[in-house]
Design a protein around this ligand. Structure first.
Ligand SMILES: Cc1cc2nc3c(=O)[nH]c(=O)nc-3n(C[C@H](O)[C@H](O)[C@H](O)COP(=O)(O)O)c2cc1C
Length: 336
C-alpha cells in the first residue's frame, strides 16, 4: 500500500504465520526504464537471496502504468533485478494517478487492461508469474467481467479483485458477491479484497465471493494479528484472544525502533502516527491514544506515551466499536 506499507511493515506483519505472500507499493512506470535504485527503494528484499520478508513470506513487485512499452521494459528490468513475480495495478483511484492514465483509469477500456498485461507477459515470457489487481470498474460495474477476462486472456496467472468501483473509493460496502460473479467465470485463481477487518468479515467475504484466498489491506494494519487470527482459526478451529492495545503499542514501538536506524526522528513520528491512525479506525484504545498523542512531535516522548499503562479513567472512556455479531463456525468450513 503506497506510502503505508514498506519493507519494515511487511517484516512486522509477517512475523507470526498468517500471510502467504505480500506485495510492494506500486512502482510508477511512465515512459522510461527506471533505474535499479527505484526498484530497490520499493522492494529492498530484491537485494536478498530470497525475495521475501525475514520470516520467509514472498514479496511480489507491483507496477502501475499504461504505456505498454514502458511496462514491458520495466518488467524486464524487475526480472533482471531478481523479482519473483510482477503484479499490475489497475485499482489505484488517486486523481493524480488516474489523470495521468494509470491505475483504475484503464478499467474504462478492457482492451487496455489486456494490452498492459499482454505486454508484460510477453516481456517476461513465462520466467516469473504476472498477476493483476482490479477494482469492479471505474464509474460503474458494467466492465468488471470484461476487465477480469481481459487480464486472464492476456496471461495473468492470478487476479485480485477489490470489490468496489473507482467512484466508490473506499466507501463501504465492498461487493464481495460481485467478486464471486467474476470468480465464477474465470479459470485463474481470484482473490477477494476489500473491507476485511475481522474474522467474521473474512468468513463473509469468503462465503459471498466463493474465493479461497483473500487479500488484507487496512484491516491488517488496524489489527496486525488479523492474518494470524484467520490462519489460527482455519488450522485449529479456535479463536485467538482479541488484540489488546499493549500488543498494538508493541508493534508501533518495534516499527519506530527499526525505522529510526535510517530515518530522521521527525519522519518516524509521522510514520508511527500514520499507522496509529489506521489502528484507530477500529476504535478502542488506539482511538483514545491517537487523540492524546497526535500533537506530540518528539519521537521519544511519543514512544513513552505509547507504552504508558492506561489509567482506570482512560479505560472507562474507551471508545469500543462492537464487532459484528455474526460468528463464523469452524464446522462451516465445508465449502472450502
Ligand atoms: C493508503 C493506501 C495505499 C494503497 N496503495 C496501494 C498500492 O500501492 N497498490 C495496490 O494494489 N493497492 C493499494 N491500495 C489498495 C489496497 O491494497 C486495497 O485494495 C484496498 O485498501 C481495499 O482493501 P482493504 O479494505 O483491505 O484495505 C492502497 C490503499 C490505501 C488505503
Amino acid at each position: 500500500m503506497e506510502g503505508v506499507i514498506d519493507s519494515v511493515t511487511r517484516d512486522l506483519l509477517t512475523r507470526s504465520p498468517g500471510f502467504d505472500w505480500t506485495v510492494t507499493e506500486f512502482v510508477r512506470v511512465v515512459d522510461a526504464r527506471l533505474p535499479p535504485r527505484v526498484f530497490h527503494k520499493h522492494c529492498p528484499e530484491l537485494t536478498q537471496a530470497r525475495v521475501a520478508t525475514p520470516s520467509g513470506v514472498p514479496v511480489h513487485l507491483q507496477l502501475l502504468g499504461s504505456d505498454t512499452r514502458a511496462l514491458a521494459t520495466n518488467a524486464r528490468q524487475a526480472l533482471a533485478l531478481g523479482a519473483i513475480s510482477i503484479d499490475l495495478n489497475f485499482g489505484c483511484p488517486a486523481k493524480i494517478v488516474n489523470r495521468h492514465d494509470g491505475g483504475a483509469s484503464l478499467l474504462r477500456h478492457p482492451e487496455r487492461v489486456f494490452a498492459a498485461v499482454k505486454a508484460v507477459s510477453d516481456a517476461i515470457d513465462g520466467e516469473i508469474p504476472v498477476t493483476a489487481k482490479i477494482r469492479l470498474g471505474f464509474a460503474d460495474r458494467r466492465q468488471a467481467l470484461h476487465c477480469a477476462l481481459a487480464a486472464q486472456s492476456a496471461g495473468a496467472r492470478q487476479l485480485v479483485v477489490h470489490g468496489r468501483t473507482r467512484e466508490e473509493g473506499y466507501r463501504p460496502p465492498a461487493h464481495w458477491d460481485w467478486i464471486g460473479k467474476i470468480r465464477h467465470r474465470l479459470d485463474i485463481p481470484v482473490v477477494a479484497n476489500g473491507d476485511i477487518w475481522t474474522l467474521e468479515d473474512y468468513w463473509r467475504a469468503r462465503s459471498l465471493s466463493g474465493c479461497k484466498d483473500v487479500m488484507l489491506g487496512r484491516g491488517a494494519l488496524a489489527d496486525p494479528w488479523l492474518a494470524p487470527r484467520i490462519r489460527h482459526w482455519l488450522t485449529t478451529g479456535e479463536r485467538l484472544a482479541p488484540t489488546t492495545w499493549e500488543m498494538q503499542a508493541d508493534v508501533l514501538h518495534q516499527y519506530a525502533t527499526i525505522q529510526r536506524r535510517t530515518l530522521p526522528p521527525k519522519i518516524v513520528v509521522s510514520l508511527v502516527k500514520q499507522w496509529l491512525a489506521q489502528m484507530r479506525q477500529r476504535g478502542g484504545e488506539a482511538e483514545v491514544r491517537f487523540q492524546k498523542l497526535k500533537r506530540i512531535t518528539d519521537l521519544d516522548t511519543l514512544l513513552d506515551a505509547l507504552l504508558l499503562p492506561r489509567s482506570n479513567q482512560e479505560h472507562e472512556q474507551r471508545v469500543v466499536k462492537e464487532p459484528t455479531t455474526e460468528q463464523p463456525h469452524h464446522s462451516e468450513r465445508a465449502f472450502c
